[in-house]
Write a protein of this length. Structure first.
Length: 415
């Protein structure tokens, strides 16, 4: 179990400057997105404006500790609970990090440092102090273990100290390293060297993250490419990179948006070898259309085909590759002639309910629109911490919820 200690932070400001590949580099102003948390008659709420646009400065340590203590007192926490220090800036740049971890240690709890690049470590000795403060796990952006590449692409002012800090964490903690892959920059021989270093230092896992450089790959706050000169890497090319890397090293290698070769995610239930597990799901007794992402659509379609109900449940793909990042324009591009009277949209997509209804009824046909489960499968970041059994249980529960929603809200199938 993990309890969050949110320290806030603004990308570009509280991280010693943007990395070259940063998602937020070209974002100007605040975008009001709309989501399931918005009030019925209002587009925009804290989640889809402040939180998603990441416009909060670093939070004072007394406020972080106060919120943390409240969460602890309200929860019966097991002994192995980790406090996950997380934020929207760079955790290593939080000026009160040593003070905060020391206070958590004095509460008898261990700490997980959420995504950090290490750019805030001017001296690797600070890592030893963090380890002494009972930091036992961290998620660390490696990018590459070549200091020159970190300096050029991450604008890391002290790349040698950051790499040495990563090494010390690997030797003393559970380290989940992460690398956003820029084709032609930190793949190929550079990636091999990075993996060899991480493996020799004792890192537990590595997640490879596909670089998003277009709106349909996830740039929902700004449509301009982050680095126009970088050619987009196809999903299949990226999947092969993850699979090949996983075969070559003993590191636990996963990828996002695909894949986890060890756990068969995303959508382990779509694999033929796992078809037997579908027998535990409730029978589909109604018709509906599922709207999802370009990446998820083939998997979900395969699962409903294997359930024997492809004639009743059809899957419509948007151009957006990440389902929870679907926006109104993605829905507007759908051919409504393919959409049935009951429509299931992703639970976390950035579309206000009223806007979804307006778009999906714009052809004059009244349709019932409902949100499905927040997640149907585990992404690479989550899957890397789960077992195959955990993954299958999670997917079975999510698809059972989805089928029950279809049966309850959909048009009954005529025998």
């Amino acid at each position: 179990m993990q309890i969050m200690a949110d320290v806030g932070g603004i990308p570009g400001k509280n991280c010693r400057g943007f990395c070259e590949y940063c998602y937020f580099r070209n974002v100007k102003g605040t975008t009001v997105l709309g989501c399931k948390n918005c009030p019925p008659g209002q587009i925009g709420c804290a989640h889809c404006t402040t939180d998603t646009n990441m416009t909060r400065d670093f939070i004072p340590p007394f406020q972080v500790l106060s919120s943390l203590q409240t969460n602890i007192f309200q929860t019966q926490i097991p002994e192995d609970t980790l406090i996950n220090i997380t934020g929207d800036g760079d955790v290593s740049c939080y000026p009160h990090l040593l003070e905060l971890t020391d206070s958590i240690n004095n509460m008898g709890l261990k700490t997980h440092l959420g995504y950090t690049s290490g750019k805030g470590f001017d001296d690797a000795d600070v890592v030893d102090k963090l380890i002494n403060n009972n930091v036992t796990e961290t998620t660390y952006t490696a990018f590459a273990t070549d200091p020159q590449l970190r300096y050029k692409w991450m604008h890391d002012p002290t790349p040698e100290a950051s790499i040495e800090g990563l090494k010390r964490f690997c030797e003393s903690c559970d380290v989940h390293a992460a690398s956003i892959i820029i084709p032609g920059v930190n793949d190929g021989e550079v990636l091999r060297k990075t993996c060899e270093d991480l493996e020799s230092w004792g890192a537990k896992a590595l997640i490879l993250m596909r670089f998003a450089n277009s709106q349909n790959q996830g740039l929902i706050l700004n449509s301009e490419p982050i680095i126009p000169s970088v050619q987009q890497q196809s999903v299949d090319e990226f999947r092969r990179l993850v699979e090949d890397t996983a075969k070559e090293y003993s590191l636990r290698v996963t990828g996002t948006p695909v894949c986890d070769p060890q756990n068969d995610t995303p959508y382990a239930l779509a694999k033929d070898k796992n078809m037997e597990y579908l027998e535990v799901l409730t029978e589909v007794k109604a018709e509906a259309t599922i709207i999802t992402s370009k990446i998820s659509a083939p998997y979900i379609e395969k699962i409903f085909e294997n359930l024997g109900c492809a004639d009743h449940v059809n899957v419509v793909a948007t151009e957006q590759e990440i389902a929870c990042l679907i926006r109104p324009d993605d829905l507007r591009a759908i051919d409504l002639s393919e959409v049935k009277d009951t429509v299931i949209i992703p639970g976390r997509c950035f579309v206000h309910d009223l806007v979804a209804e307006e778009i999906l009824r714009s052809d004059g046909r009244f349709r019932l629109i409902h949100r499905g489960p927040d997640m149907l499968t585990a992404d690479g970041e989550m899957s890397g911490t789960l077992s195959k059994t955990d993954v299958l249980k999670q997917e079975l529960m999510a698809f059972e919820d989805l089928i029950e929603l279809i049966n309850y809200m959909g048009v009954p199938i005529k025998n």
